[in-house]
Design a protein around this ligand. Structure first.
Ligand code: AHG
Ligand code: MN
Ligand code: MN
Length: 337
């Protein structure tokens, strides 16, 4: 018999749970429900160009962004897949101002789900990579319906986090605190199969990723860092190349695999940057650290930030450890070239 093994995401989770006696099995059920929601979203995303699902519904979400129909669809698909399984006590979605309660007639469980249902929504109509980002915590309230307190936990308390990328193929990349693993959807059998085991990010890369259109709003430290990356220096592999998808999932996926740095800094218009701590910063920071990388707001570790509100924003510097450390030195004014 050959050594060849097909490892579905479900098998991977179950085998991981077996390796940790005391795990309840609830987790594998939870991730199975999530994987189903991702397949439902993938089905809609992949036919978005065919049906009348494109275009705006003509109103904005609570962040002031234009809401596309697919955002709403993905938001509901995840809620409806996760509301009845008995694993969760509360959810929060980037598309909803307040926490999402579990309907009273369903049982509650010990986990909390925070999600960005559709990330990169400005890319939908161009058929460019978009994704879903998720993050799981253990509840802190004792029992019954969960609350905002269960959601407002610092990122280091995540028990799992990951994203789905609806790209040239559809992938789940996730971690339960035991490395980062990638699973690619085989559409012919409808299963996510292990394709990227134990992803490790290079210690230093040669790609930087930032929306340079905001240049004139940046601090001097930030401008100096970008000048540094653009300078010629063989010894440190400069100049770096610039890549920017505009979908965080796409930019993080490339950064995890190739190394380098992704940034969404604070600027004069957005003093806390654009990205959301709970829906985007924390799950990506968890994955990045698990892969051997680093994630800070330029001054402190993302995972140590105590969130004060659900939709809080944070500047984000994330990627190869050495690159993020150098960025911090510039931002903190410790060097200017
Ligand atoms: P979302 O579609 O969930 O609102 O997130 C969009 C985010 C993120 O995916 C991306 O990194 C960033 O917005 C891009 O912002 P800019 O268009 O300002 O560069
Ligand atoms: Mn997003
Ligand atoms: Mn979104």
């Amino acid at each position: 018999m050959s050594e060849y093994k097909i490892i579905t995401i479900e098998r991977h989770i179950i085998e991981g749970e077996r390796a940790h006696p005391g795990a309840s099995g609830s987790f594998s059920g939870l991730l199975r429900d999530l994987a189903l929601a991702f397949k439902v979203i993938w089905r809609e995303v992949s036919k978005a160009g065919l049906v009348d699902i494109l275009g705006s519904m003509g109103h904005e979400n609570i962040h002031g962004d234009e809401v596309k129909k697919l955002d709403v669809f993905a938001h509901e698909a995840i809620y409806k897949s996760m509301d009845h399984g008995g694993h969760l006590c509360v959810m929060a979605s980037e598309e909803n101002e307040d926490v999402l309660n579990i309907p009273e007639h369903y049982p509650t469980g010990k986990y909390v789900l925070i999600y960005d249902p559709l990330d990169g929504s400005s890319n939908i109509d161009a058929n460019v990579t978009i994704g879903t980002i998720f993050s799981l915590y253990r509840r802190v309230t004792p029992s019954g319906p969960g609350s905002l307190d269960d959601c407002l936990q610092p990122g280091y308390k995540q028990v799992a986090a990951g994203y789905v990328m609806y790209g040239s193929s559809t992938m789940i990349v996730y971690s339960t605190g035991n490395g980062v693993h990638g699973f690619t959807l085989d559409p012919s059998i409808g299963e996510f199969l292990l394709s990227h085991e134990n992803i490790r990010i290079p210690k230093r890369g040669k790609i930087y990723s930032v929306n340079e259109g905001n240049y004139h709003r940046w601090t001097e430290g930030m401008k100096n860092y970008i000048h540094y990356l653009q300078e010629e220096d063989n010894a440190s592999n400069r100049p770096y190349s610039a890549r920017y998808v505009g979908s965080l999932v796409g930019d993080i996926q490339r950064t995890l695999l190739y190394g380098g740095i992704f940034m969404y800094p604070a600027d004069s218009k957005n003093p806390n940057g654009k990205l959301r701590l709970m829906y985007e910063g924390n799950p990506m920071a968890f994955l990045m650290e698990q892969a051997g990388g680093r994630a800070t707001d330029g001054f402190k570790r993302i995972l140590d930030i105590q969130p004060r509100k659900l939709h809080e924003r944070t500047p984000l510097f994330i990627g190869s450890e050495e690159d993020v450390v150098i960025a911090e030195q510039f931002l903190q004014g410790k060097r200017d070239h």
